[in-house]
Design a protein around this ligand. Structure first.
Ligand code: MRU
Length: 353
């Protein structure tokens, strides 16, 4: 069977195209973005989602805005691009990769501020492309470290989608699984459906089916049954933000899975690039959790099944405390029993400090 190449984001002559992840798996189509405003809408509406992919998209958002403004005189260019940064920063609050990418773009902008608007625009595009390519390389490095933690025959439960679709390619949690499969291990995946946006059912299951990696879909409330029944050997998830003490923000429901894994002595791994580590946030308590529209909980797309008038909560992420995490898998190595000191040490190696 021929694999469909998953290019989550692709630069096409003068604009960025993204797979519309709201439509998968029913429809496979690309959506273009030509400005920071359009990119911010794509991030907010979840055309593109997943922490690393959001970071790459935001970097391109800045480059697109700069290209749009490249004929403006310097002062006006700088005023308007500052607004582009603001629009992108407001798109989603939890994944730190968004702010990490914007900071990298801003750092470059400041360092070349004296150049012509046109040269700045092209240099920002080069940096966005670099961030894009780096993400794939980083995922592969993480995959190689993480694959060693899995045994031949392991049944790995994952929550949400931390795959190629959530990154520039390969994936974080699914990247570890892909790398283990490439290394010749027979790995099967148990995908939590991931209510309410169904990233597990729609995206993780789709990615695994494309590659013929055995995958079983369950609803979120079946994870405990599967673990108690001895059907899960390891859990691997991604992360949207890792606080300095090792607490992890990830898709809502992750915390529930981590508590269950501890109860059943199943290792719980978090695969995250170091750009997801936020040393400026001391613990999970300080992480802003995005609250999304009530309609997502009331039903799906046009079909609403909840009783009209009911009060709804829709936090998109939750916090898994560090003591529930067996190890963080990063591109610079695995941090077993993460602590502030171990995380800071690895981040320092990566010049994050
Ligand atoms: O709301 P989403 O779909 O953007 O949430 C995505 C997740 O929570 C992922 O697990 C996380 O971003 C890691 S992706 C490599």
């Amino acid at each position: 069977m021929q694999h469909l190449k998953i290019e989550t984001l692709r630069w096409v002559s003068d604009h960025l195209e993204m797979i519309d992840q709201r439509m998968l798996p029913a429809e496979f189509k690309y959506i273009p973005a030509y400005s920071a405003d359009e990119m911010a809408n794509c991030i907010r509406d979840m055309v593109v989602r997943g922490a690393p992919a959001i970071g790459v998209a935001a970097a391109y958002g800045v480059a697109l805005e700069a290209l749009k403004l490249k004929h403006l005189p310097s002062e006006q260019f700088h005023q308007e691009i500052a607004m582009g940064f603001e629009q992108l920063a407001k798109s989603r609050p939890t994944a730190v990769n968004l702010f990490w990418a914007l900071n990298r773009m801003k750092g470059r902008l400041v360092s070349i501020a004296e150049k012509s608007s046109e040269s700045i625009a092209y240099e920002l595009l080069v940096l966005a492309k670099e961030i894009h390519e780096d993400d794939i390389r980083i995922n592969r490095a993480m995959g190689a470290y993480g694959a060693k933690l899995l045994k031949d025959g392991d049944r790995v439960l994952t929550h949400c989608n931390a795959g190629a679709l959530a990154t520039a390619g390969h994936g974080t949690a699914l990247g570890v699984i892909r790398s283990a499969v490439e290394a010749g291990k027979r790995i099967s995946v148990i995908a939590d459906e991931t209510r309410p946006f169904l990233q597990g059912a729609r995206l993780t299951a789709w990615e695994m089916v494309q590659e013929q990696i055995p995958v079983t879909l369950i609803t979120d409330n079946m994870a405990g049954f599967m673990m108690a029944n001895g059907e899960v050997d390891a859990v691997i998830v991604g992360a949207d933000r890792v606080a300095a003490n090792g607490d992890v923000a990830n898709k809502v429901g992750t915390y529930m899975v981590a508590v269950l894994a501890q109860r059943h002595n199943i290792p719980f791994y978090v695969a995250c690039p170091l750009s997801t580590v936020d040393l400026g946030t001391r613990s999970g308590k300080e992480i802003v959790i995005e609250e999304r529209a009530a309609e997502e909980v009331m039903g799906f797309r046009d079909y609403q099944w909840a009783a009209q008038g009911v009060k709804i909560r829709n936090p998109a992420f939750d916090i898994t405390a560090v003591d529930l995490i067996t190890a963080l898998i990063t591109e610079n190595g695995v941090i077993v029993n993460p602590t502030l000191e171990k995380i800071a040490g690895l981040a320092r190696l990566n010049k994050l400090l």
